[in-house]
Design a protein around this ligand. Structure first.
Ligand code: ATP
Length: 358
């Protein structure tokens, strides 16, 4: 694992983590995690609950101490420095503003030149007139903007965001997502954001660090992580994916039930008889008129339709492999135009270059 992480190391590291291990009693929350975070970029730690992403962020902040490992920030070894001596600003999920202080005083906390700095910071987060209010008078999104202004007040080298959008409603999340990213790019501040929301990570990050059970599964750009997942875990956790059970037939071909397919990326060289799993995104499945544009055309029938607004998740069963269902993304209009209802027959195309073997 270590070798893979280092091989994918990001360029020009501002922050370098080497062999970070953290145990809580007999439980290993982080297992020798190594990672380089590039200067000026936004990196997200993405993973399911309990994978260790918050613990890693807290260790970077000095709010938790690692049992082993080294942290170098901007050329300085900060591994054993207390939080107060490190150079970062942090935003938590729960705003964490002082309720009895005005917005002005909340932002000014820790600033030397209070008057000039605060006005500029409030302008920066789009709330130039909020200084006289108290946190309780602001919406969740506004409070989080103030928390961001406070985190940026000392012009830190590193901005740490711990699930900053989780407590907000869907619309406010979307809005603040764009604002945080624009601000981060404008200031060029190296930023690490913890999230369990894959869409948030895909839309905001320069690089995503996918974590599972205390280790890193993959580091990559959003496109790399989504389109070229390194492991089955990443394919499954980031986005929706079909997992197709197949058996290698030699010369790159695989069999799914009675269907013989012309293989997938990585299926060349497999010994005949080897059981394999093929990973294919629902939006990459072709249907009807377009199915024959690609190798691997199969007859299928519609088993289930789930309406999700922007598109429908259509589950189909393959004629030659009734135990294998495949989910396809289609708009409601496309379904109607093709008169695809439960039980309808269709042909699907499983593009060879979109199927990965993991
Ligand atoms: P979540 O999104 O739920 O916060 P996470 O990926 O951020 O998940 P962490 O909070 O880093 O996960 O926790 C990783 C693991 O370490 C979890 O199993 C958690 O229960 C455990 N853990 C974290 N802090 C402590 C602690 N202070 N004492 C004991 N166990 C802890």
């Amino acid at each position: 694992m270590q070798a893979v992480e280092r091989a994918e190391a990001l360029p020009a590291a501002f922050l370098s983590l080497t062999g970070i291990t953290k145990r809580f009693g007999r439980f290993t929350a982080l297992d020798a995690v190594s990672l380089d975070v590039p200067r000026g970029g936004l990196v997200t730690f993405l993973g399911p609950s309990g994978c260790g992403k918050t613990t890693l962020l807290r260790i970077i902040a000095g709010l938790e101490t690692q049992d082993q490992g080294r942290i170098v920030q901007d050329g300085r070894d900060v591994s054993r420095l207390p939080a107060i001596k490190r150079d970062y600003g942090i935003v938590f999920q729960s705003y964490a503003l002082f309720p009895n202080l005005t917005i002005f005083d909340n932002v000014a906390y820790g600033l030397v030149n209070r008057r000039a700095g605060v006005a500029e910071l409030l302008k920066l987060v789009g709330l130039p007139d909020a200084g006289g209010h108290y946190p309780g008078q602001l919406s969740g999104g506004q409070q989080q903007r103030i928390a961001l202004a406070r985190a940026l007040a000392t012009s830190p080298g590193l901005l740490l965001l711990d699930e900053p959008l989780s407590a907000l409603d869907a619309l406010e999340r979307l809005r603040l997502r764009g604002e945080i990213r624009a601000l981060q790019q404008r200031l060029g501040v190296t930023t690490i954001m913890v999230t369990h929301d894959q869409e948030e990570a895909l839309s905001m990050a320069d690089h995503i660090v996918v974590m599972s059970r205390g280790h890193i599964e993959q580091v990559g750009t959003p496109q790399q992580v989504y389109r070229e997942p390194a492991t089955a875990f990443v394919a499954d956790f980031v986005g929706k994916v079909n997992v197709i059970s197949a058996v290698a037939q030699g010369e790159g071909r695989v069999r799914v039930g009675e269907l013989l397919l012309n293989g997938a990326l990585g299926s060349e060289g497999l010994a005949p008889g080897t059981p394999v799993k093929l990973y294919l995104r629902p939006e990459d499945v072709m249907i009807n008129g377009h199915a024959s544009d690609h190798a691997n055309v199969a007859s299928a029938s519609v088993q289930k339709i789930e309406f999700l607004g922007a598109f429908c998740l259509v589950t189909v069963t393959l004629a030659g492999a009734p135990m294998q269902s495949i989910v396809v993304n289609l708009s409601r209009h496309s379904l109607d135009r093709m008169s695809l209802a439960i039980g309808a027959a269709l042909s699907i195309g499983l593009p060879r270059d979109c199927m990965r073997l993991l």
